[in-house]
Design a protein around this ligand. Structure first.
Ligand code: BTN
Length: 271
């Protein structure tokens, strides 16, 4: 480890453990979680040799290319409310990215988008991904590790990701300082995690829906693990599932899945 740095935000505080190289920041933090690590502990690494994404995918994590950060939470919530933590993580990532793209912290063209459940997109290319992993004891959450990866520079993105991935350096000429970006993101995380801890779900849902073009009215195909569904999005249910009205007229809440295909949103069309 390189250094330890305390931090404090409104709803979360702890120590940041800065590393040069780790396998995966999520794995480092999961081990700490199991050995009694405190809520709010953060791990940030310059390089991950085994960075992981959702559904067993790799997360390429080369030096200087991005932020690789994980936060340890011990939320006092039932397992079925864990989706709130996922929504909060996406909100925080979008807000931090928008803030660094625009000096005034706004995103007037609505370029930064959340692809359900928590991929962050710019111009329909992925700029950030979130991997939430949990340890559970009988219907309660013992710990949750939220891993956030943000592409800061595009130089080291592999050619197979051309057209699918984008980095902050592709959209702003102002260099983004990783450490300042991480501190900003943690401040926002504390604010929104505080709302989740206080069960202020309506605020979380409204904000997520404001930030995601997937929230309502999009025709999608979604792989749920129990088959592919096709239908139109209708917002979020109280536990954070995506409501989809199927072509048959039935409405379903989907909690785990992958959006396979979307009909292009007018919001993301070139001007
Ligand atoms: C995804 O979109 O598939 C999720 C990507 C999550 C990547 C981050 S980088 C920090 C943390 N450590 C990991 O190994 N993965 C997450």
């Amino acid at each position: 480890m390189i250094r330890l740095q305390p931090y404090q935000s409104s709803g979360l505080a702890g120590v940041i453990r800065w590393y040069d190289t780790v396998g995966s920041t999520n794995d480092v933090l999961k081990a700490l979680a199991e050995s009694g690590g405190d809520e709010g502990t953060v791990v940030i690494a310059d390089v991950q040799t085994a960075g992981r994404g959702r559904q067993g995918r790799r997360w390429i994590s080369e030096r200087g290319s991005g932020l690789f950060l994980s936060v340890l939470l011990r939320p006092q919530i039932p397992v079925k409310k864990l989706g709130h933590v996922t929504l909060v993580s996406a909100i925080v990532a979008v807000e931090a990215i928008a803030h660094f793209l625009n000096a005034d912290g706004t995103d007037p063209r609505g370029r930064v988008d959340i692809k359900w459940p928590n991929d962050v997109w710019i111009d329909e290319k992925k700029i950030a991904g979130i991997l939430v992993e949990t340890g559970l004891v009988v219907e309660r959450v013992k710990w949750a590790v939220v891993g956030i990866g943000v592409n800061l520079t595009s130089g080291s993105l592999p050619s197979e990701l051309t057209g699918q991935a984008i980095a902050m350096s592709d959209v702003t000429s102002a260099p983004v300082n990783r450490d300042a970006f991480a501190m900003d993101l943690l401040q926002r995380f504390g604010v929104w995690y505080g709302k989740a801890a206080e069960s202020r779900f309506d605020e979380i849902r409204n904000r997520w829906c404001e930030l995601s073009s997937f929230a309502a009215g999009r025709l999608i195909e979604i792989e749920t693990g129990e088959g592919t569904l096709r239908g139109t999005t209708r917002g979020l249910d109280p536990d954070g599932g995506l409501l989809v009205r199927l072509d048959s007229g039935e409405e379903r809440a989907v909690f785990v899945g992958e959006v396979l295909r979307v009909v292009p949103s007018p919001r993301n069309q070139p001007e």
